[in-house]
Design a protein around this ligand. Structure first.
Ligand code: C2E
Ligand code: MG
Ligand code: MG
Length: 401
């Protein structure tokens, strides 16, 4: 297992020493210490390689943790960052959020005292992220694809869908499936949507892409029906498609031509997409809803929408973003936000879906609070058609971490 290099930034000598010793006991290869932000920067700048992990206290004399976060962001450091403080959870979380908005790789926000269990988990997350990012940098660079590549992919039918289950948490039965698009290259490797959705929008190709995704999803649904898997399928739509009335006509025509039941299709749109152009979003989404399709508000909690704005659109589902779900079992303020959102959804008759569930403890919390539907790697990552039917027929086993 790779040995981590760690910098502990903490003004209390006792806490600094205890934490550094714990790091060494848990197998860190190289542990440095600093008593405030300024000495931390000296230690960082004095090394040829970046630390794998920075564990930073918030309140320190001379240069505190917030100033340090600012300077680290300006240096675009790639080290994993843990915010550590004795202050209230919501404050520690807010600093973590600020740091990740500034581009830092925040691995967690921890309330003091750091326990052995918490540090063990941090080390394993840090190693897992390093493994994942080296795998991703080989297979999933974030450079956007070119217009020619995109045209080729759409023209040559290289778009494929992967499917991720949404589970009913009360009985762990299948609630529905989200279709997520990828470009499949000749050698079988995949290009992920973060590299081509924005280009499709800028180059005016997003409507073609969305209609192709709809066609593939409805064909898949017919195949699943004949295999005894009768489920609702969710498709993501882009805000750019709201500019064009013809797009909505084409969607409804395709649904009719493929004799699909609109009740079994949900269209997902992000909060930001809806707010960008409320009037147009309302026009398109209301027509889709009138035709019988479900409407889902995706990535809820990442934008700046108000409940009042959102209540103007007849959503049937609300997907709480992963950033509000990850680690919820141990974060009191996320629990309050979640429980209030769930109460609002229940009162409005909207189905709440918790996105990005990875940890069994988070799933336990969600089940206990009465969350109806969940989605995330804990159940399954998005997988190809053939893997999906196998997973379903094998009784939908949950991944064990
Ligand atoms: P999204 O609709 O919010 O989809 C969920 C994304 O989160 C997917 O990434 C999925 O792989 C990932 N995910 C699911 N569970 C977990 C988890 O437990 N942990 C983590 N870390 N991630 C999880 P993907 O497939 O790369 O898609 C990214 C985004 O691209 C989607 O976010 C959606 O906004 C967009 N997208 C995907 N397919 C389409 C499409 O057909 N049309 C349009 N317009 N956008 C699409
Ligand atoms: Mg989605
Ligand atoms: Mg989402």
């Amino acid at each position: 297992m790779a040995q981590l290099s760690v910098l502990v930034v903490e003004d209390s000598l006792v806490q600094r020493t205890a934490l550094a010793e714990m790091c060494l006991e848990l197998g860190a290869g190289d542990v440095a210490v600093a008593d405030n932000g300024r000495t931390a920067l000296k230690a960082i700048d004095g090394r040829a390689e970046e630390f794998d992990l920075l564990i930073c206290d918030l309140e320190m004399p001379d240069m505190n943790g917030i100033e340090l976060v600012d300077l680290l962001a300006a240096r675009s450091t790639g080290s994993g960052l843990i915010i550590l403080s004795g202050r209230e959870e919501s404050l520690i979380y807010a600093v973590g959020l600020m740091a990740s908005r500034r581009g830092l790789r925040v691995l967690g926000s921890v309330k003091k005292p750091m326990t052995r269990d918490a540090l063990t988990k941090i080390f394993s997350d840090c190693r897992a992220q390093q493994d994942q990012s080296s795998a991703l940098s080989a297979s999933k660079p974030s450079r956007p694809v070119t217009l020619q590549r995109l045209q080729h992919a759409i023209g040559q039918r290289e778009l494929v869908l992967h499917y991720q289950p949404k589970m009913n948490l009360a009985d762990m039965s299948l609630h529905g499936v989200e279709a997520l698009v990828r470009i499949q290259e000749e050698d079988g490797s995949l290009i992920y949507p973060d590299r081509f959705i924005a280009v499709s929008e800028q180059e005016g190709l997003i409507d073609y892409l969305s209609l192709e995704v709809l066609r593939l999803a409805l064909e898949q649904k017919n195949r699943w029906n004949s295999q005894g898997l009768n489920t609702v399928i969710s498709i993501n739509l882009s805000a750019a498609s709201f500019q064009n009335n013809i797009f909505c006509d084409a969607v409804l025509d395709n649904i009719q031509a493929m004799e699909a039941d609109a009740k079994n299709i949900i269209f997902e749109v992000t909060e930001t997409a809806v707010i960008q152009d409320m009037t147009r979003a309302l026009a398109v989404l209301t027509r889709l809803r009138l035709a019988g399709c479900g409407l889902s508000l995706d990535d809820y909690g990442t934008g700046y929408s108000s409940v009042k704005q959102l209540s103007q659109i007849p959503f049937t589902e609300l997907k709480v973003d992963r950033s509000l779900i990850d680690g919820i079992a141990g974060k009191g303020h996320l629990q309050v936000i979640f429980e209030n959102t769930l109460k609002m959804c229940n009162e409005l008759g909207i189905t709440l879906v918790a996105e990005g569930i990875e940890q069994p403890a988070d799933l336990d919390f969600l089940c206990r609070s009465g969350c109806p539907v969940g989605q995330g790697y804990l159940f399954s990552p998005p997988i190809a058609e053939s893997d999906f039917i196998h997973w379903y027929q094998a009784g939908m086993p949950t991944l064990n971490h």
